[in-house]
Each structure stands twice: as C-alpha cells, then as structure tokens.
Design a protein around this ligand. Structure first.
Ligand code: SF4
Length: 308
C-alpha cells in the first residue's frame, strides 16, 4: 500500500461555500494492520492486537515522501496522519510531527486516532503539536470497550476520558471526537448517558456520530439514521455532526421560534438544514444569521448554525 495518498474533497451543501483543497494522507502502517484495537466494525480485516508497531517507515522516508508530494501539489491544504491501524503506536510520532511542522508551509495537520494512548505522556505531547486531533470514543464502560473495540491488554480504558479532558484544556488547537454506534453493542441508553457525561466533561470542539457504512470485520449491524438523530438530541449543547450516508431527506417549514428552540437544544450542521428545512425556512434561517440572532461557525471543516 502507498505511504502517501492524495485526495480532493468536495464541498457539500448549498449554503455558504467553503474552500476544501487537497488532503495528503500519510499512512504510518502501509503494509499491514497494526492496531491496539480490533473493532467489530473495522473496515480492515480482523487482526491480532498489538501494543506497539513492529513494521513502520522511517521518519526520513515519510518526510521525503511529503516533500515530493509538495513539489507535485504545492497547494496541499491538509496533511492527514493515519495508519492501517493506530498511528499513535508509531514509535517516532513526536519527532515526525515536529519535522512535518517544519516543512508544511501553510498546510494544516490532522491525525486520526482511536484515542486509546492519549494518557501516555509521549503521545499526549505529540498530539498537542497537531492542528486538529480527531479521536474515537465509542464506549465508556470497560465491558463495552472490550466487547466493541476488543482492546489490547496494554490499554487502560479507565484513563482515556480524563486524559482527553486534560488534552482539551491544554491544547490550543481543534479537538474532534468521533463515536461510532453499533446496533445492540453501544446504543443502550446506559452507555449513551455515560458517553454524554464524558463528552460534556471533555468538551471537544465537535462530536461526529455515525454508524457502520462499509463492510465490517465482524458480523455487526449499523444503527438507523433515526437512532443517530435521537442520540444527537440527547447530546445537548454539543456541536454534534451526524455522519450518515444517504440520510433521509424530510423537509419541513419552521417558524423563527421553532428554529431558535431547535438551535438552543443543539447546533445544526449545513447538512441537517439541507435535510430538514424547506426553502422558506432556509431563507428565514439565513436572514436570522444576517441580523446576528444566529451564528454560523466553522469547526474543522463543518459549519454549524448555533445560538452563541
Ligand atoms: S481502531 Fe481503527 S484500525 Fe483499529 S481496529 Fe478499530 S477501526 Fe480498525
């Protein structure tokens, strides 16, 4: 598999346009899955969990590959550090991000991690150096963690939430948390309430919630869009972005009062508005933005309408 991948992201939605550019993917485990989780929903094949990477590219090789990509695509906007597995198991993550930051010019850096190593000092310090850190948090109870994420024995899941909260306090940059819901595994009310408590404690800039949308490693089922929407309603006052392919479109007319009430309960994304609001309501919403009754904020590439 290639160490580096380029991709162009497309804009979504009819309301304000945003510029998305070229995203450069850096895979720190290009040849095999190396992860301290073996999630039921993983898009990769099941694999024995590990606590460290044993096969990985040298820092210099990664930096040279990034420089080559910059020579071909000088307008790279985002460098996304990821892995076939867990990128924070890469033993030189801190050295790597320091080197990337020294050559990245105006590009932003993003890391996609399962969040399980954030309580380790060296990982915590390295993550602080990324512009955006996107971490998974599927469960809070140990039972759920073991069942859904099938964690390696080296992972102390009791330490993760507090370390994430500390990270949010110390980081100057953007923190996004992602929760993937699996039917009959982490969608019980008890687990959702624990997640909500943890999320409000951590206070990330954005929470992405989603479900399985590609063939999973094990036989598990997605939750419905309606279930995700009901969960989003419970995650009050957080910037919740529902990630769901082909979500149903059911547009309605809303009054100003209804729009304000809805946004007080939870901020809505451009995609929410597209799928829920009829044209008249969208116009009304935009007029409320113009007179500053409602704000439109961008959180790491996702626009939210919210009452500030
Ligand atoms: S953390 Fe990511 S790569 Fe690792 S098993 Fe889970 S889904 Fe797969």
């Amino acid at each position: 598999m290639p160490l580096i991948t380029d991709s162009s992201k497309l804009t979504f939605g009819p309301i304000p346009s945003r510029r998305f550019g070229i995203s450069l993917g850096v895979d720190l485990s290009p040849d095999s899955k190396q992860c301290n989780f073996d999630c039921l929903y993983c898009e990769l094949k099941p694999a024995k969990t590990v606590s460290t990477m044993s096969e990985y590219p040298e820092v210099l090789a990664v930096i040279e590959a990034i420089e080559e990509s910059f020579a071909k695509h000088p307008n790279i906007d985002v460098i996304t550090v990821t892995a076939n597995g867990e990128p924070t198991l890469y033993p030189f993550l801190d050295e790597l991000i320091v080197r990337i930051n020294s050559i990245k010019k105006d590009a932003k850096t993003l890391i996609l991690s399962n969040g399980s190593t954030i309580y380790k000092k060296e990982v915590f310090e390295a993550l602080l150096k990324f512009d955006t850190v996107k971490l998974s948090l599927d469960c809070i109870s140990e039972k759920c963690f073991k069942k859904l994420d099938r964690i390696n024995a080296s992972v102390d899941c009791q330490k993760i939430v507090e370390a994430m909260a500390q990270f949010r306090l110390q980081s100057q940059n953007t923190m996004v948390l992602e929760v993937l819901f699996v039917k009959d595994i982490n969608d019980a009310q008890e687990e959702i309430e624990l997640l909500y408590q943890a999320l409000t404690h951590i206070n990330p800039h954005r929470v992405d919630i989603g479900t399985i949308d590609r063939p999973p490693a094990y036989k598990v089922q997605p939750v419905s869009y309606e279930a995700l929407e009901a969960i989003a309603m419970q995650f009050k006052e957080l910037n919740v972005n529902i990630a769901y392919k082909n979500r149903p479109k059911q547009t309605h007319k809303f009054s100003e009062e209804e729009i304000i009430t809805m946004l007080k309960r939870r901020p809505l994304t451009l995609e929410d508005i597209e799928n829920m609001f009829d044209e008249e309501s969208r116009n009304l919403l935009n007029s409320l933005v113009k007179i500053n009754k409602i704000s439109l904020i961008n959180c790491s590439g996702v626009d939210f309408y919210k009452i500030l």
